[in-house]
Ligand binder design. Structure first.
Ligand code: HEM
Length: 233
């Protein structure tokens, strides 16, 4: 048996192996910061209204939904530039953790607004935002179950790992559609009377268009269309 190579120079705590970073070109880096800036603007606009209204059960709805939106957007953005097997594996792990956390935030946000309607004796899902929110909430559940089955139970549900991998493209396309619907729903939310009327100035609502442009411009430029099977490299 050969003795392990340990001497007085060996560090007591082993250095973690350098993890390879996803291959990001300059454009990806700008796009990443565009997304972060758009999210920061969105969060600031929502908070700027919440500080002007009394803190009550309703307040938890936009708070948790904003957390959900930030996480769900970042959880997609981080996967976009991954290309090698190691990057994809690591990206997938982070994606799964972030999207599960985002889903828990969405459950909280949904529960608070539902409970708020119950205690104030109002009807449910009357506004367009409320109806769309319900649809998005169900879509989110289906997307999560689909993703978890592909990643954790490929053999049991799809028959083999390769068959499961062949469905990734659907998860990707439906994921982008879902993200778009989430943002549209949120845009109706920030324009709901209670939020709009409590803006510092109604003109500030235009900043939401800026935040949308920054987020979707960034996301679009990070898309690798070759992963979609549309463009062959
Ligand atoms: C931060 C962004 C958001 C804000 C400021 C916001 C704001 C509001 C407001 C003011 C209401 C009460 C008025 C109404 O019923 O339309 C509401 C209800 C509702 N929201 Fe949001 N919302 C946001 C994001 C979301 C998202 C992303 C979803 C879905 C995933 C969602 C789902 C719902 C649902 C389902 C209702 C109705 C609940 C019921 O009728 O029992 N909201 N939201």
């Amino acid at each position: 048996m050969t003795a392990p190579l340990v001497d007085e120079e060996t560090p007591l705590v082993q250095q973690r192996q350098q993890q390879p970073q996803p291959q990001m070109n300059k454009q990806d880096v700008y796009a990443k910061w565009s997304i972060i800036a758009g999210l920061a603007l969105f969060v600031s606009l929502v908070i700027s209204v919440l500080v002007r209204i009394p803190f009550n059960v309703f307040t938890y709805h936009p708070l948790f939904m904003t957390t959900f939106i930030v996480l769900v957007t970042e959880g997609i953005s981080l996967l976009q530039p991954t290309s090698t097997e190691i990057e994809k594996k690591r990206g997938l792990r982070h994606h799964a953790i972030i999207q599960t956390t985002s889903y828990l935030s969405a459950i909280c946000g949904f529960s608070f607004i539902f409970y708020n309607k119950v205690i104030s004796g109002k009807h449910h899902f009357e506004s367009f935002h409320g109806k769309m929110g319900l649809f998005v909430f169900i879509y989110l559940f289906v997307q999560l179950v689909f993703g978890v089955s592909m990643a954790l139970l490929p053999k049991q549900i799809f028959g083999s790992v390769d068959k499961a991998k062949s469905t990734w493209k659907y998860h990707r396309v439906f994921g982008y559609i879902l993200l778009l619907l989430v943002w549209i729903t949120a845009q109706f939310g920030v324009r709901a009377d209670y939020m709009y009327n409590n803006l510092y100035s109604p003109h500030l609502i235009w900043l939401h268009w800026v935040s949308l442009a920054l987020v979707f411009g960034g996301l679009y430029s990070r898309i690798r269309f070759d992963k979609w099977g549309i463009i062959r490299q």
